[in-house]
Design a protein around this ligand. Structure first.
Ligand code: SAM
Length: 238
């Protein structure tokens, strides 16, 4: 079956033939050097993972034959990551780690001290796809459009709790309460959270301020630490 895994946007089923895009053909046949009859695994993010074989291989095109399902869809816990975007490459890193570490949804949020005005959703989506292909996941988290933190909080789903990573708590405070259910994690930009934001978040019944240890972590490090803390306490790492 081979170790190569490919995410395909269309719904998959046994016996299907799938035509590849130019980029997919380049990846499989140019980069991974697969050829006719070679095996790989494909997944669609909704129905699971399947064995597949190369039926046709060309420079700019190709066709795969989809075989038996090899794994059911494994949804990650209902955990959203809200993060303030930072420099391009480090934002790419954040999305890649969030996909590997089991975020269900990824929401870039603009906070008062965020100095990145826009995010490239398509590029971030491709990082999430690559991370899922690499880590054996069968699900690809959505990367939402950049919105202000205020707007995201204004539309907040009432059953979802928020683990607010507050750098002002460095060295104090405990982790999230042991309360199962839908959650979100929030981390700030290099400049941290403003006092206004801190006061607003502190007043939300569903928000739980937490420390990520005694040292001030970089914004991207904080995302990894926060996801590790949540997953090991409330997620699917137990
Ligand atoms: N400019 C801030 C300062 O000097 O205090 C640092 C912000 S830090 C680079 C970026 C984000 O990571 C913070 O807004 C927070 O969400 C998170 N973070 C970093 N270290 C943390 C800690 N020890 N406890 C809680 N959150 C932390």
């Amino acid at each position: 079956m081979g170790r190569v895994r490919l995410y395909l946007e269309e719904p998959l089923g046994e016996g299907q033939s799938v035509s590849l895009t130019r980029d997919q053909a380049h990846y499989l046949f140019g980069v991974m050097r697969l050829g006719p009859e070679d095996g790989l695994r494909v997944f669609d993010g909704v129905s699971g993972e399947y064995a597949a074989t190369v039926a046709e291989a060309g420079k700019k095109r190709g066709v795969l034959s989809v075989g038996a399902r090899t794994a059911p869809l494994a949804l990650p816990p209902d955990l959203w990551l809200l993060f303030a975007p930072i420099k391009k490459e480090r934002t790419d890193f954040i999305v890649e780690k969030a996909a590997e570490m089991g975020a269900r949804r990824i929401l870039p949020v603009a906070t008062e001290y965020t100095n990145t005005g826009r995010v490239n959703r398509e590029r971030l989506r491709s990082h999430a796809v690559e991370a899922a292909e690499q880590c054996g996941g069968t699900f690809v988290p959505e990367v939402a459009a950049l919105r202000s933190l205020d707007r995201v909080l204004a539309d907040w789903p009432e059953d979802r709790r928020l683990m607010f990573c507050d750098e002002a708590l460095a060295g104090e405070g405990a982790g999230p309460p042991d309360t199962p259910g839908p959650w979100a994690v929030l981390t700030g930009p290099e400049g941290g959270f403003s006092d206004t934001e801190r006061a607003r978040l502190g007043g939300l019944t569903y928000a739980h301020p937490v420390s990520l240890g005694p040292r001030i972590l970089r914004a991207d490090t904080a995302v990894v630490a926060a996801l590790t803390l949540w997953q090991s306490r409330l997620g699917d790492w137990q």
